[in-house]
Design a protein around this ligand. Structure first.
Ligand SMILES: Nc1ncnc2c1ncn2[C@@H]1O[C@H](COP(=O)(O)OP(=O)(O)OP(=O)(O)O)[C@@H](O)[C@H]1O
Ligand SMILES: [Mg+2]
Length: 262
């Protein structure tokens, strides 16, 4: 097994908040860089799973390996290699900063104590902003951007740190259609370039044709596998605690009934 593998392995992981069990006996493995969606209803434990992968929450049971590293033993090493884009409600949209300051933060987090940003750091930050199609916004105030553009800047900040793995929590929520297409395409491209990508989503539809794996989550693992293997009405209905239909067309399919509460 090469360096940084497995990309992510959960083994019999249980996470509790006091007496509440948020995750129950979670096991799955993604060996190599690829594009995975974690899907489930509100309160399913999706954000909890990402935070557990980052070592921000300690499981009460089980083991978590990320990029070949035991997260419980070495959370700092994992966090240096992982880009995390939190759920949007947690981002301050009125941040009094320029777009470039936010993207450069991705570089600043990688600096040694006492070092300052170099020309190379600026170059990498500009290249990250260009990947999300917003290089011309470099000098703009962040608060002047649309919700979708702000989300793209947050992704650029994560990319600027040159992560081996990207974790994104609901990256398309409140995001306009144009930004959605750009984000999905970019994430697929990252995975093709050897960076692991995990997205947490309510609505699979914008992603479905681009994913390698899907984890259906509702406190426990309802299903894990390739999209065709797990996008079955029975499994989706069990995941969302309601009737979910799958509509097949000639070249793709749509999942109906999962996103009304998003
Ligand atoms: N800090 C906390 N303290 C106590 N309970 C928590 C805490 N964070 C989450 N929970 C509970 O754990 C469960 C899982 O929460 P989590 O935020 O992981 O779900 P989620 O799938 O991300 O939901 P959403 O789709 O609403 O973002 C919920 O029942 C939630 O109320
Ligand atoms: Mg969440």
């Amino acid at each position: 097994m090469s360096r940084y593998e497995p990309l992510m392995r959960f083994e019999n992981v249980e996470v509790r908040y006091g007496n509440t069990v948020a995750l129950e006996d979670i096991s799955f493995t993604v060996e190599k860089p690829s594009f995975t969606a974690i899907v489930g209803p509100n309160g399913a434990g999706k954000t909890t799973l990402l935070k557990t992968a980052l070592g921000l929450i300690k499981p009460s049971r089980g083991s978590v390996i990320v990029l070949g590293i035991d997260v419980l033993k070495d959370p700092w090493r994992v966090r240096r290699l992982v880009g995390y884009v939190p759920q949007r409600e947690r981002i301050d949209h009125a941040m009094p900063a320029l777009v470039r300051d936010i993207v450069l933060m991705g570089r600043a987090l990688r600096l040694k104590v006492g070092a300052s940003l170099s020309e190379k750091d600026h170059e990498i930050a500009r290249s990250a902003l260009s990947k999300v199609g917003l290089l011309d916004m470099w000098d703009e105030p962040f608060s002047h951007l649309s919700g979708g553009q702000q989300q793209r800047v947050m992704i650029a900040r994560a990319l600027a740190a040159e992560p081996k793995l990207l974790l994104l929590d609901e990256p398309l929520s409140g995001v306009d259609a144009e930004s959605q297409v750009i984000i999905v395409r970019l994430l697929r491209e990252m995975a093709d370039n050897g960076i692991g990508v995990f997205v947490v989503v309510h609505d699979l539809n914008p992603f479905i044709r681009h994913l390698d794996y899907i984890l259906l989550l509702n406190k426990r693992v309802i299903g894990f596998g390739k999209p065709v293997e797990v996008t079955k009405p029975e499994m989706l209905s069990l995941t969302f605690n309601r009737e979910v239909k799958v509509l097949e067309t000639a070249d793709t399919y749509f999942i109906l009934g999962t996103d009304t509460h998003a």
